[in-house]
Design a protein around this ligand. Structure first.
Ligand SMILES: [Zn+2]
Length: 291
């Protein structure tokens, strides 16, 4: 069993998601003292230029650059690709990392509440999700294991282990103390979990409800590729709520309803996420399962 010693807390991967940036500031005057002797912490502001400009990114989305291919390419033209290689050197390298756990903190404009995003179905992550659910029952656990951990392009995958905290709803460029406190509580429980894991003191963690990503769903588009309707009014602020086959999911500008087809109910999330509008993604879908 490889224990967790070094932990990186990363904020500002997206420059206009302020909770992670606020956490790094807050930790300067109010650190997690009780874990100081247990873990070696690194605090990392990932994309300082995007933070200064209050934008998600300068050239390309930093949190999609951490593929082995990108990290070994010669392209130095794109700001975020250069940063990705620097952060990979500092905390990684991906696949042979010097950091045992990378925690990357994000905000969403959708009403997902506090969500822990895990990228692999393994006992370490399952038990972390269950431990968080035991202490913060309102937290949503989202498993994105449609590709392997190594294949994901996310920053946190440069750690031997990596997770994302996704907190919403918080508008881009806005700071909310309630969400900052939620984030601190999540971190606290993640550290407590890792400490128990290291000392093999975790008791049996009961099964819990979790969500597994299926796919992104685009807005309805016209022949020119322009958006011709919006997310249905009944779905708004209902992230992770069940939607049955046949229920309306979009309403076109002409009033027509578009209903869910297929064979299974879905649990939409990232509903109306502002950062995804450019790529015309309306929401992501998930299934619910007992983990
Ligand atoms: Zn983000």
């Amino acid at each position: 069993m490889s224990t967790i010693k070094s932990i990186a807390i990363v904020g500002g991967t997206h420059g206009n998601e302020l909770t992670g940036i606020n956490i790094l500031t807050a930790l300067e005057s109010d650190p997690f003292n009780e874990f100081d002797d247990i873990f070696q912490f690194q605090h990392v502001l990932a994309n300082a230029d995007a933070v200064a400009a209050n934008v998600r990114f300068i050239d390309v989305d930093l949190n999609r650059q951490f593929t082995v291919e990108n990290l070994t390419c010669d392209n130095d033209m794109l700001h975020e690709l250069t940063i990705a290689k620097m952060v990979n050197q500092q905390l990684g390298p991906k696949g042979a990392s010097k950091t045992d756990l990378v925690i990357d903190i994000h905000n969403t404009t959708s009403a997902m509440g506090a969500t822990l995003i895990l990228l692999e179905d393994s006992p370490f992550y399952r038990n972390m999700g269950g431990y968080l659910k035991m202490h913060m029952p309102d937290v949503n656990i989202l498993l994105e294991d449609e590709v392997t951990y190594q294949e994901h392009p996310y920053l946190c995958t440069i750690g031997t282990r990596g997770i994302m905290l996704e907190l919403g709803s918080q508008p881009q460029g806005v700071s909310r103390m309630d969400i900052l406190l939620q984030c601190k509580a999540m971190l606290q429980h993640v550290f407590a979990y890792c400490d128990l894991y290291n000392r093999e003191l975790l008791s049996q963690i009961p099964h819990f409800d979790a969500f597994r990503l299926i796919e992104n769903i685009n807005f309805p588009l016209d022949d020119e590729g322009e958006i011709k309707g919006l997310v249905h009014e009944s779905l708004l602020d209902k992230d992770f709520c069940r939607v049955e086959v046949g229920a309306p999911i979009f309403r076109l500008f002409d009033g027509t309803e578009i209903c869910l087809t297929g064979s299974q109910a879905i649990y939409p999330h990232f509903i109306n996420e502002a950062a995804y509008l450019k790529s015309k993604v309306a929401f992501a879908t998930a299934t619910k399962f007992e983990w």
